[in-house]
Ligand binder design. Structure first.
Ligand code: PMP
Length: 734
């Protein structure tokens, strides 16, 4: 049909308008896939659309279109519809012949004023809601309309996606991989559960008209794809176009869905099928386009929506497949889904008020995938700050390991178990000699708490040296060795057995050693809460020497810094060329599963074994060990340490470039994917973090003055992500 589209000239259209409708008019051709449309203007300024249909189009389908538009005009839709203009002899559809060629049918409609949605920017909340309402009103009205010609097999009907799927072979392998899952999901739709009626079937952004204000949809044009099918397909088709070129396609779609649902409530199965139908329609578009391009390589119209369609499919492909459907469910007020305001109020009432929440407008995150977080309203965020989701949020290998073991056995460590044995072997093998004895716990705090006990048991003294602004955990004993807390709001100040030293040079450690007996030196191998600080070269080496000379013990807190984040080394302490006496691990070790570990020497372990048992109910249970093993496997198999180095170096160079252009960046520092930059004060840092969130990038602040932006993303962070981060930072800093 596309190949047989009529080929009349504007002069032909002018002649036909005069002969058949008695109109003296000018004519301009409008784009069309398989018909021909001319915009006519008569001498009085009245405007019309002269429609010359494809020779293969059945008369009854044209009758369907005319009847439907008249029906809608008489219905309460709040939209404007064209009128059907009869010929001089009173006919609404007339055949015209061309010498020796095929016969065409011709119709005339009044022109509806407005701008195509495709030319209106931006598509704000009001406009998207107006589209949802208009479409819902149209669908609701059409429930009372029937026409035998609507019961046809139309290749654009999403119900007939199988017709498009036949062309999959024309796509490249990577393109096929992107669209095939949508066809697979489409195949599982139970069409009997979806209400059906005649739908418009082509609410694309060039068929939707918007008024002068740019916020109100006034009409939906072009009834050429009308068909009797599942009603929700009308919305799915509109959404496929609405999502094109949007920063947050699912959020934009959700706004249309919410407004649609208000006017024509969607049934549960309709909501559940909606995302699949939407994505399938896009998949159909690219399949047909591939096929039509072969038939007609010079037709520009074909390509109009193809490039953005592929760009969108790529973005949908990167999303967790179940998330858009959940967003749509929430847009329709799904049971169990609670509004952000309600969640915040409950939190205020029932959670301890000493717990803060991120961002001025808190986020309601419902899904994590790789280095992205996804909210309840359809927005995706690049996570540049969560170092717990080390191998990526919800990594399937970690999830599977946990789920499979959870289904088999989860108990304490007083039984033999392969995973326990394998895990402690693997951990010990990753640390230098003589670090070989492992204690498995459930958090960074538990790890440090135990490290403190081990050290004190070994030295027989309770003095501790810590670095300024350090944080080591949330227990009583750890608050007492965390200047970040005891010197901060609500803190009780420095206890007498604790010495605080500067990280600038190790002279402070040497002095402190003289004031304490056989002290324990507790230090992160790169400082997190102090503001992403890389210790000066040789700092730990001379500090450790001084502590060891006094009979003390050195603890490396690797809770934030371990497992390859440094890029150049697996453990951050290795960058300082030291071997600690005790190493504590947390956060990334379980990729979000509560897990921690302490690794020490046999000698210290013996000092601790004084008869009192150390038992930890959950530490080292088989599920935790399965998770810990999976994390180690993924870091190795996906080369994440190497990626931390390459991407970290790249990002560091980019940040240094930003610092040259933006004087508000006072310092850039870090190693691997443990990075930070300093702004003049907390106000700037806070403003930047909140603005970046609005642009879809999550960051947070740290440092004693809260003026340091910290960057410590999941290690799957890519160059593309780095570019996005740098671009958004550039915008906000400018
Ligand atoms: N050590 C350091 C360096 C930390 O940053 C943290 C947590 N922020 C902890 C220990 C305590 O870990 P958790 O919150 O898992 O108890």
């Amino acid at each position: 049909m596309v190949r047989k589209a009529p080929q009349f000239s504007p002069e032909d259209a002018i002649r036909l308008a005069g002969e058949i409708y008695g109109l003296e008019a000018t004519a301009v051709e409008l784009p069309s896939e398989r018909d021909q449309n001319f915009r006519l203007r008569d001498s009085a300024g009245a405007q019309f659309v002269l429609k010359i249909s494809n020779p293969e189009e059945a008369l009854e389908v044209l009758d369907l279109q005319n009847k439907a538009v008249k029906f809608l005009a008489a219905s309460d839709t709040g939209l404007e519809w064209p009128r059907v203009v009869p010929t001089r002899s009173g006919n609404e559809i007339v055949p015209i012949g061309s010498e020796g060629g095929p016969a065409y049918f011709i119709r005339l409609l009044t022109w509806v004023e407005g701008r195509c949605l495709g030319y209106v920017r931006p598509h704000g909340h009001e406009l998207l809601a107006s589209l949802g309402r208009g479409l819902a009103a149209t669908d609701a009205a059409l429930a009372g309309f029937s026409h035998h010609a609507a019961h046809r097999t139309l290749y654009w009907d999403v119900r007939n996606a199988a017709l498009a799927r036949r062309h999959l072979g024309l796509l490249s392998a990577s393109q096929r991989a992107m669209v095939e899952p949508f066809f697979d999901a489409w195949e599982k739709i139970d069409w009997r559960t979806l209400p059906a009626n005649v739908i418009h079937g082509d609410a694309n952004d060039y068929n939707i008209l918007v008024d002068d204000t740019g916020v109100k949809v006034t009409s939906i044009l072009d009834f050429g794809d009308m068909v009797h099918t599942a009603t929700v397909c009308d919305l799915a088709i509109a959404l496929a176009y609405v999502m094109l070129d949007k920063q947050d396609p699912i959020a934009a779609a959700a706004e249309v869905v919410a407004a649609y649902h208000q006017r024509r409530p969607l049934a549960g199965p309709e909501v559940d099928a909606l995302y699949t139908l939407t994505a399938t329609r896009l998949a159909m578009s690219v399949c047909y386009c591939a096929w039509q391009t072969i038939q007609d390589p010079h037709n520009e119209y074909l390509a109009i929506s193809n490039r953005p369609a592929w760009a969108l499919l790529e973005r949908l492909d990167a999303m967790p497949a179940d998330w858009p459907r959940e967003v749509f469910r929430r847009a329709c007020g799904a049971t169990g889904a609670r509004a952000a305001g309600d969640l915040l109020a409950t939190r205020r009432r029932h959670l301890g008020p000493s717990l803060s929440i991120s961002y001025r407008q808190p986020l309601h995150i419902i899904r994590g995938w790789k280095q992205y977080l996804y909210d309840a309203g359809g927005r995706a965020y690049l996570d540049c700050v969560n170092n717990v989701a080390h191998v990526g949020h919800c990594h399937p290998r970690v999830v599977r390991a946990a789920a499979e073991q959870m289904a088999l056995l989860n108990t304490n460590t007083r039984y033999l178990h392969e995973y326990l044995a394998e895990y402690v072997e693997r951990l010990a093998a990753m640390l230098p000699e003589p670090l070989s004895v492992v204690y498995l716990v459930c958090s960074g705090s538990e790890a440090n708490e135990l490290a403190l006990r081990l050290a004190r048991a070994h030295t027989g003294h309770d003095g501790v040296i810590v670095v300024e602004t350090a944080y080591h955990g949330n227990t009583n004993a750890l608050i007492d060795i965390s200047p970040y807390k005891f010197n901060g709001p609500g803190g009780r100040g420095r206890p007498p057995n604790v010495e605080v030293v500067s990280w600038q040079d190790s002279g402070g450690v040497q002095a402190a050693v003289g004031r304490l007996k056989a002290p324990t030196f507790f230090c992160e191998s790169a400082l997190s809460c102090a503001g992403q600080v890389i210790l000066p070269p040789g700092y730990l080496r001379s500090a450790y020497e001084a502590v060891h000379a006094a009979g003390g013990v050195c603890v490396a807190d690797e809770v934030q810094t371990g497992f390859g984040r440094a890029g150049s080394h697996f453990w951050m302490f290795e960058t300082q060329d030291v071997v600690p006496d005790i190493v504590t691990l947390g956060k990334p070790i379980g990729n979000g599963h509560p897990l921690g570990a302490v690794i020490t020497t046999p000698e210290i372990a013996r000092s601790f074994a004084n008869g009192m048992e150390y038992f930890n109910t959950y530490g080292g249970n088989p599920v935790s060990c399965a998770v810990g093993l999976a994390v180690l496997d993924v870091i190795r198999d996906e080369g994440l340490q190497q990626n931390a180095r390459a991407t970290g170096d790249y990002l560091m160079r980019g940040l240094a470039g930003l610092a040259q252009r933006h004087p508000s960046i006072l310092d850039v520092r870090g190693l691997g994917l443990f990075l930070g930059f300093e702004l003049p004060a907390a106000e700037e840092a806070d403003a930047l973090v909140n603005r970046m969130k609005d642009l879809g990038v999550l960051l947070s602040t740290d440092g004693p003055l809260h003026n340091v932006i910290k960057i410590k993303p999941p290690l799957v962070f890519s160059r593309v992500d780095a570019d996005l981060l740098l671009d958004r930072l550039d915008q906000v800093l400018a």
